[in-house]
Design a protein around this ligand. Structure first.
Ligand SMILES: NC(=O)c1ccc[n+]([C@@H]2O[C@H](COP(=O)([O-])OP(=O)(O)OC[C@H]3O[C@@H](n4cnc5c(N)ncnc54)[C@H](OP(=O)(O)O)[C@@H]3O)[C@@H](O)[C@H]2O)c1
Length: 337
């Protein structure tokens, strides 16, 4: 029964209402957290005059976060990949017709668009000398597939958005963030803490985001800027990161591109089994993104935010702890082999 607890996904979030000191974490130990230091009781002042920029607001976490931070009183710059094409997400944000909700065209891989976004945000701030309070690097893409099935082109495409997009956007906005002694919140993943079979192209980008965030946190500490990482578990059911159509399209393209010798060695049966596993993983995620949204909000509003947030259910929290703290001989045996 003990092994079942470790290895069977339990898609249940613990009742966080009893953990009043850390209301936003999916799984937590209140006695490690002195009351009053890390709670909403010590929120930052004057949210209404503070502005945040979020990338990837066309859908998913970014879209919900833009609305949530707006409802809390922030001035929100919502970066959208396809604002210029009038995609539904950016249109819905525009339709709010609020002075505090401003969508901007921003492909995080495009340096010109990034520079234009910095100029636009700088020019829109009431007092540019007071800077921009928050940057949330949320834009991301994902894919899957065994290492031998994944083309170099795919590795580079995912890294371009998740890793280099995060680095480029952060570097561009840091002068404004430093002026505000504000916050950088990077959306990583539980896959930024532990590897997983068939997820290498995604994992390496999120491990990169984690390393970048740690270095940035050390460098920004003397400047008064706080850097936080949010590591969501499986919320795929609630966002557009994977849809059944997308999995099918990735699988078809991948099978065609796999080198002949690899295709023969592994065989179509093994390949189809991997795709089925991915489909069932995607169907198992939590449909409620509020733990992620609350974690990001805490990182932006608490006077004493965490370096890392782990909004995830009990099964994945325990798995991350075991994978990162136990010898590989034990953790691999429990979860991988
Ligand atoms: N959902 C989960 O279970 C989960 C778990 C852990 C971590 N995450 C992370 O959470 C973040 C948000 O993902 P999500 O789950 O909310 O998925 P999502 O609904 O697909 O949101 C990602 C957003 O990023 C946008 N985007 C993609 N490429 C971009 C680019 N080059 N420039 C600017 N925006 C770009 C997408 O635009 P389009 O829709 O127009 O393509 C989309 O709006 C990602 O960093 C992801 O890795 C998600």
């Amino acid at each position: 029964a003990f092994m079942d607890v470790l290895t069977e996904p339990l898609y249940i979030l613990p009742d966080c209402s009893i953990f009043s000191c850390r209301p936003v974490q999916g799984f937590c130990f209140p006695f490690f957290t002195p009351t009053g230091r890390r709670s909403y009781a010590s929120e930052i002042d004057q949210i209404g005059s503070k502005a945040v920029l979020i990338t990837g607001c066309d859908s998913g976490f970014g879209f919900s976060l833009a609305k949530h931070l707006h409802s809390k009183g922030f001035i929100v710059f919502a970066g959208c990949l396809f604002k210029d094409k009038g995609e539904a997400g950016s249109q819905e944000l525009d339709n709010m017709k609020s002075e505090r909700m401003r969508t901007i065209q921003l492909n995080v891989c495009n340096s010109q668009e990034t520079e234009r976004a910095v100029e636009h945000v700088g020019a829109s701030l009431k007092d540019p000398q007071k800077g921009l309070w928050g940057l949330v690097n949320n834009a991301g893409v994902s894919t899957f597939g065994d290492i031998e099935f994944t083309s170099m082109e795919t590795y580079k495409e995912v890294a371009e958005v998740n890793l280099w997009g995060t680095v480029q956007t952060t570097k561009a906005f840091l002068p404004l963030i430093r002026r505000a002694k504000g916050r950088v919140v990077n959306i990583s993943s539980m896959m930024g803490r532990m590897g997983s079979p068939a997820r290498s192209s995604y994992c390496i980008t999120k491990f990169g985001v984690e390393a970048f965030s740690d270095c940035l946190r050390y460098e920004m500490h003397p400047q008064g800027v706080k850097v936080c990482v949010v590591e969501p578990g499986n919320f795929i059911g609630a966002t557009n990161l994977y849809t059944p159509e997308r999995i099918k399209a990735i699988a078809e393209k991948m099978w065609k591109e796999i080198p002949e010798i690899v295709r023969k060695d592994y065989g179509r049966k093994y390949f189809d089994e991997q795709i089925a596993k991915m489909e069932s993983y995607c169907n198992s995620g939590s449909p409620d993104t509020s733990p992620v949204i609350n974690s990001i909000t805490h990182a932006l509003t608490s006077s004493s935010p965490y370096a890392r947030y782990h909004p995830m259910d009990y099964y994945w929290w325990l798995r991350v702890q075991i994978m990162t703290h136990m010898p590989a001989a034990i953790s691999d045996r429990i979860y991988i082999y």
